[in-house]
Design a protein around this ligand. Structure first.
Ligand code: PEP
Ligand code: MG
Length: 757
């Protein structure tokens, strides 16, 4: 059963469209379960109760496909959708909800098993198998169907979204395909899609049209030849470690590469006008299917070898920019399975109109980078029909986290208007530049910038920010191919220190791990967010820590505005060890003749343990800064980077608010200032509550500074305190959110939290 299941799932996810995907499901199920009939019903994608349309069937009256539709309260199929649970009936015809439809002609199908197809807690279809004679399906069949429906739900949804979008293109439907994801960076972007894919992800390869098939065919042949050489070399290297029979696999690989059939299909696709990687993708897919269908388990297993070969050749095909760097459209929407910082950096800033990533959430570091760059971004758009999007028009609504695929004229017009209003809003915000960040009743609050990108430190940023509240030093580490040396780091840190002087600059020591990796320092962990992260790495490598601290102290000589901040502190011992190392580096530098004071040292509170030890920490340091991104993740046990759980990642959760209050109180008892440097500080809903808590400063992405200044200038401190008190009485984050949205709208600044003014 497991191999049947796996095979159906793989075939469906590789199907070129919805009809093909559904056809595979009904045919395969029919064969695997030996049933008389099998059918799939799907709803429309809009919200609310929808009619269930018969979309595919095997063993039924095919004329009914596409025509028969049932209301949710109609028939057994409707009942499965209403209850969102399987229904297994031996005598379906005697059930009060039984309905004779033309799907089965005049025949009576006695046995019925229907299971719901559920994606992101929404029923959007029903999978049915039926039998003429009364036969009760056993539990094994029911669990097989339930497992299959759960596994297929996402693939079917991708295909549905793809179909909706492409019906629009062919004029068969109005509107646009909408893919719902999560807000990554605010703003609206309209442009042409460029698909970013990783060099080893065969299924993500987009269709791209080419003019010169001959050169693409040659490119593929060269890649195959070069792969053969690699495999032969690999086989030779393994001679001393692997027995001959194990090494035979390499010969099989070379034989496959020599075989004609594998490439005939690729060549056909290329000659049809698509580039070599798409030809390779198609050829690999069809061969994988052929192998999977083989009854001999040994041969069936060869499917994974074919995939492996495909990946190797794809890497050899390398970047498609054979003729110099790629020319990006003037308004590029970069979309990909898991868009990376490096892929973003490849697109010229002035051409990048939006980003869509199928993986990740608004708290992922890629989203933080997008906010820093001010690029409207949608994260976690898991249903994006990525392989079919290259060159298509997309609209990114970074407020709602929606992507419109091939919008019609009405939708486009609406978004062009919203985009214009956005520009007007940012112009309006520029008027606030020279005004103080002060509440209507005279309370001042400092607004600091978060950055890590040298390019971002501009005169405009320095003018708006009261200082640098978080410099993420891992960013300059991430764009290099080795650890930067001490002198190189001195130069890196001098830049922000000098640019902001005499305003304070908080440099955070290296915070790698979790979703922040260094290309030259690979760490493989099952649970990276709970693993070797932040201070844990640098304390295990004091040479890295000491080099960094020495560079920071040297960069500060003659400037004097440096503060050092320690990430991921979860035990006092880490704080003590870090402080001892900083003091040691400082003493050594004094001995070497450097004239620089010991800077203020602060701790990031981003692990729940540190909240409970806030007083013990506060009395030992000069300042506290709260990393709400990680604190929310760890308090709620919700991976900040995982779109599946993004719905429950909520910094307005009462537990997070209570922790923030506790941190502020604990630090105040020792007279230490508290800053917030997580994204919550740059969220208008969060900023009002933080103002009410009496937080001393807020540190945020550059793009949020003027927005938050507007928020602070729109509220009195008194009002913010009252709102906070009400929020602290609430028991549910959704309630807090609803109240905060209402307050923001009432203050006349709703344009900050939704598209338009
Ligand atoms: C945080 O966790 O809130 C924070 C500011 O650090 P980072 O986002 O870099 O993990
Ligand atoms: Mg953090």
């Amino acid at each position: 059963m497991l191999s049947t299941l796996r095979r159906i799932v793989q075939e469906v996810s590789a199907a070129p469209g919805l009809d093909a995907a559904l056809d595979i499901i009904v045919r395969r199920l029919h064969g695997a379960l030996g049933v008389d009939a099998c059918s799939v019903y799907l709803t429309q994608l809009e919200e609310g109760p929808q009619r269930l349309v018969l979309r595919a069937g095997h063993g039924i009256n095919s004329d009914a496909i596409g025509r028969l539709s049932l209301a949710p309260e109609e028939g057994l199929v409707g009942l499965v959708a209403q209850r969102a649970e399987p229904l297994n009936l031996e005598r379906a015809t005697s059930h009060p909800r039984f309905l004779l439809t033309d799907a089965y002609g005049e025949e009576l199908f006695e046995t019925f098993l229907g299971v719901p197809i559920i994606h992101q807690s929404r029923v959007f279809g029903v999978l049915v198998v039926s039998q003429r004679e009364g036969r009760r399906f056993g539990e094994d069949v029911v669990t097989f169907m339930v497992t299959l429906a759960a596994q297929l739900a996402a693939s079917i949804m991708h295909a549905v979204v793809g179909e909706e979008a492409f019906l629009v293109q062919s004029g068969q439907a109005g509107g646009a395909g909408i893919v719902k994801g999560l807000s990554g960076a605010l703003g609206v972007g309209i442009g042409e899609c460029v698909v970013a894919y990783s060099p080893a992800a065969l299924d993500d390869i987009p269709d791209r049209r080419i003019d010169d098939p001959e050169s693409e065919v040659r490119r593929l042949q060269d890649a195959i030849e070069s792969t053969k050489v690699d495999i032969r070399n690999l086989s030779a290297e393994m001679r001393s470690v692997l027995p001959a029979e194990e090494r035979a696999l390499f010969d099989v690989y070379v034989m496959m590469l020599d075989g004609e059939s594998l490439w005939a299909e690729a060549e056909r696709v290329i000659r049809g006008g698509l580039w070599a990687p798409a030809g390779l993708r198609e050829s690999i897919r069809s061969h994988v299917h052929q192998f999977q269908d083989m009854a001999d388990p040994y041969l069936a297993e060869r499917a994974s070898d074919i995939r492996d070969l495909g990946r190797r050749i794809l890497v050899k095909l390398g970047p498609d920019e054979q003729n110099g760097p790629r020319e990006y459209p003037r308004q590029t929407i970069l979309a990909g399975h898991e868009v990376s910082a490096a892929q973003i950096a490849e697109v010229p800033r002035e051409r990048l109109a939006g980003i869509v990533s199928m993986r990740g959430s608004g708290s992922s570091h890629v989203a933080i980078l997008a906010r820093a760059l001010g690029i409207p971004t949608v994260m976690g758009a898991a249903d994006l029909p990525i392989a079919r999007l290259e060159g298509k028009e997309l609209i990114v609504d970074g407020y709602l986290g929606w992507v419109f695929v091939q919008p019609d004229d009405d939708i486009k017009e609406e978004f062009v208007r919203l985009e214009r209003e956005e520009h007007e809003l940012s112009e309006q915000l520029q008027d606030l530049k020279h005004l103080p960040t002060v509440t209507t009743d005279g309370t001042r609050i400092s607004l600091f910038a978060n950055t890590g990108l040298q390019a971002e430190i501009s005169p405009a940023l320095i003018e708006v920010a009261d200082g640098l509240g978080l410099y993420r030093t891992e960013m300059p580490f991430q764009v290099r191919d080795r650890f930067p040396g001490e002198d190189e780091q001195v130069q890196i840190y001098q830049r922000p220190l000098q640019a902001f002087a005499p305003a304070p600059c908080v440099l955070r020591t290296l915070d790698i791990g979790g979703d922040k990796t260094l290309p030259y320092f690979s760490v493989q962990e099952d649970n990276p967010f709970l693993g070797w992260r932040g201070i844990r790495v640098t304390l295990d490598h004091p040479e890295i820590f000491l080099t960094q601290v020495r560079a920071m102290l040297r960069a500060n000589e003659g400037i004097g505005n440096l503060s050092i901040m320690l990430p991921m502190i979860s035990r006092l011992e880490e704080l003590q060890q870090s402080m001892a190392l900083i003091q040691r580096a400082h003493r050594e530098l004094l001995d070497e003749g450097l004239d620089t004071p010991l800077p203020p040292i602060g701790v990031m509170i981003e692990v729940p343990a540190a909240v409970y030890q806030i007083e013990a920490i506060a009395k030992r340091v000069d300042f506290i800064s709260v990393g709400t991104n990680d604190l929310t993740q760890y308090l709620l046990a919700v991976d900040r980077n995982n779109e599946r759980v993004a719905k429950i990642y909520d910094s307005l959760h009462p537990a997070v608010l209570a922790a923030l209050v506790q941190i502020k109180r604990g630090a105040a008892r020792h007279g230490k200032p508290v800053s917030i440097c997580g994204e919550f500080a740059g969220d208008p809903l969060g900023a009002v509550l933080l103002l009410g808590m009496g937080i001393d400063s807020l540190s945020m992405s550059a793009g949020s500074l003027l927005r938050i200044k507007w928020v602070i200038r729109s509220f009195s401190w008194q009002r913010a305190r009252e709102i906070l008190e009400r929020a602290l009485e609430m028991e549910d984050g959704r309630e807090v959110r609803a109240m905060m949205i209402d307050e923001i709208e009432r203050a006349g600044i709703g344009g900050l939290i939704r598209a338009g003014k």
